[in-house]
Design a protein around this ligand. Sequence first.
Ligand code: BGC
Length: 275
Amino acid sequence: MTRLASATVCAVTDGTGLGDGTAQHHANAHLGFGIDIGGSGMKAAVVDLDSGELLSERQRISTPHPATPEAMADVVRRLVEHDGWTRPLGVAFPAVVDHGVVHSAANIDKSWVGVDADTVFSNACGLDVSMVNDADAAGVAEMRYGAGKGVRGVVIMLTFGTGIGSGLFTDGVLVPNTELGHLELDGHDAETVAAASVREREGIGWKEWASRVQHYLRHVEMLFSPDLFIVGGGASKAHAKWLPRIDIETEIVPAVMQNSAGIVGAALMARPTAT
Ligand code: BGC
């Protein structure tokens, strides 16, 4: 009886990529592991790279405060250990990340600037870690499995959350670290006017916020002549409240992967570190 029960549990956990059955499944090249780091939470899961689906329950640990490299590295280690992951992984991060080194800190602890995050996180969990900008990661996931699947030409992913993130694609190829959220708009950094957090902070309604977003999108449209905008981030969940108000030339669609896009995109970009 006990044996049967544990065999059943084992079959279930093998299927999800969790628990004792994981070692065998984690050797499967079609699986990846991604962590999405945000201002309030650090989220992780095992990902089926064929379908873009999460195979383990999404884990979430609150982002430590202050969110220093050391404190966050410890959370990365815990997330990896919880799922028993043993191969390279990807981490989506809300900053410019060039070859693993963090170069900006608009909405993160300033102590990150100049830090080789690939190395800090790799040392913490003993695995190869590939860092990627969070909006680039979300865009990569949407282009592979979601709203941008099969779309050629210029596609711009924009995430409206604490800040505004961007991922620029041409014929499906990512141009990393575009940072279009920091374009100057009427003398202001655009994300200080049109990020989703600004709507909440200033207590403005959807109509007023949508008109700010439209003004911003028209500016981006004028500069890049995109074929498609994909809008993600926290505000995309409520897209019915504001997207119909947006009047621009370019086709614009909500992201379809919602809060798993960062995890999935990060998992897709994981690769062994060349030695
Ligand atoms: C950062 C970007 C990031 C975006 C969304 C901006 O403030 O500069 O790197 O992608 O926020 O998190």
